[in-house]
Design a protein around this ligand. Structure first.
Ligand SMILES: Nc1ncnc2c1ncn2[C@@H]1O[C@H](COP(=O)(O)OP(=O)(O)O)[C@@H](O)[C@H]1O
Ligand SMILES: [Mg+2]
Length: 391
């Protein structure tokens, strides 16, 4: 029952996962490229190294001999995970899933070409010439994203011909890893977007959390809310797509499957992450019998999840840093913020700031049936009450 878990990436999502793991007596080694990362603060041991360095990754695996590897971020030398899996280490959800999802191209080709899921029209471009041609074919407005990037880095929307060069330059500057390639996507004027948190189990059926609606700015999540009301046929379509794509990728764990919903044109698959999703932090408001982090842990440990029950309606809003500093900030206004009804403030304890870096979150809940706008406003008001004072 007690496992040694090597956590690759130690951000706020990792921190909540470790807290869930500690409550079940697990032994966790938290890894990241900097010391004092959120998950390290609650883990049994920690290691600081670049997880993009395959040899350093292998050295950590050799040293700790984990039973299970749980990736928390994309920036990992993921090819190496296949070797560890062969050696008998369980990779969550699977080496295949982690590998596919670190590159937008692999997952998009799987979803669109193989599984025939509806997606936005898209083209790939490796050079400026290919990029110009791709933009021409897709038309305006279109969205540009590096194949390898995260949290909106290098992403932009092109409204017309005058924006093409800048979007290319910005995409290049935001690329991560050895691959510099862009995806140019048709802009979908969706009515709303959701994350469908999906749980695949070792034995037992695939389960879905009630849909999480969210709002993104500059490719970064600002607020989320649950349960997002959906037409039953759209929810069903999204669940079927999530089932197909997670089945094709194989493995056990929670997945954040992202969809755009057009009331008229239906459900578009966008992307997915094979781990807890930032918008799923709304489940920290006790909206469900098990939070997304507890669900992930259960799936990781092979503990059966019989049912996901929605208990409350909830909302989350992020607390960003105003500017960059190498020092840990101070937080003002928490005394006021915790006085909002049914509201919790979670401070991640990050040791430094960047402009707009997510430093904490406000989550709030109320009885099922409560107007989501009331909850969203309350979460945003509580989050805005907390001031990150950079030092
Ligand atoms: N083709 C598109 N049409 C409309 N909005 C989009 C499109 N692609 C991305 N977006 C917006 O940008 C956000 C981030 O894009 P996403 O592909 O999820 O990148 P990331 O990996 O950074 O989360 C989406 O949640 C959505 O709000
Ligand atoms: Mg996304």
């Amino acid at each position: 029952m007690i496992h040694k878990i090597l956590l690759l990436g130690s951000g706020e999502l990792g921190k909540e996962f470790v807290i869930a793991a500690q409550r079940m007596g697990q032994y966790v080694i938290a890894c990241d490229s900097y010391a004092g990362a959120p998950a390290m603060q609650v883990a049994d041991e920690c290691e600081v190294f670049s997880m993009l360095d395959g040899d350093a990754l292998e050295a950590a695996v050799k040293k700790h001999q984990p039973d299970i590897i749980v990736p928390e971020i994309e920036a990992i030398r993921t090819e190496r995970l296949y070797e560890f899996e062969k050696q008998g280490v369980r990779v969550i959800p699977s080496a295949r899933a982690v590998n596919f999802t670190m590159n937008r191209r692999a997952i998009r080709d799987l979803a669109h070409d193989e599984l025939k899921l509806q997606t936005a029209n898209y083209r790939y471009a490796k050079t400026k010439e290919e990029f110009d041609a791709a933009v021409k074919e897709i038309g305006f407005p279109c969205v540009v994203k590096p194949l390898m990037s995260s949290s909106g880095k290098g992403q932009s929307k092109i409204e017309g011909p005058e924006g093409v060069d800048a979007a290319w330059e910005y995409g290049i500057s935001g690329s991560r890893g050895d691959i510099v390639e862009m995806i140019v996507e048709e802009f979908i004027p969706f009515d709303y977007e959701i994350t469908l948190l999906t749980v695949t189990q070792r034995s037992g059926k695939t389960l879905f959390c009630p849909p999480v609606g969210h709002v993104q700015k500059g490719g970064d999540y600002q607020e989320s809310f649950q349960p997002m009301p959906m037409k039953p046929e759209h929810l069903k379509a999204a669940q079927e797509m999530a089932d197909k794509v997670t089945r094709a990728l194989t493995g056990t764990g929670i997945w954040g499957v992202e969809f755009f919903i057009s009331n008229e044109k239906g459900v578009y698959f966008s992307e997915l992450s094979p781990r807890p999703h930032d918008t799923g932090m709304v489940t920290l408001a006790n909206t469900q019998n098990l939070s997304e982090f507890e669900l992930h842990l259960y799936a990781v440990l092979g503990l059966p999840i019989t049912e996901i029950q929605l208990l409350k309606a909830g909302a989350s809003a992020v607390i960003p840093a105003p500017e960059a500093s190498p020092n840990p900030p101070e937080y003002e206004g928490v005394e006021e913020a915790v006085q909002f009804k049914n509201t919790y403030i979670r401070i991640f304890g990050k040791p430094s700031t960047r402009k707009k870096r997510r430093m904490g979150v406000a989550v709030t809940y109320d009885e099922l049936g409560t107007d989501l706008n009331v909850l969203r406003d309350r979460a945003k008001a509580a989050a805005a009450t907390v001031k990150v004072i950079v030092r």
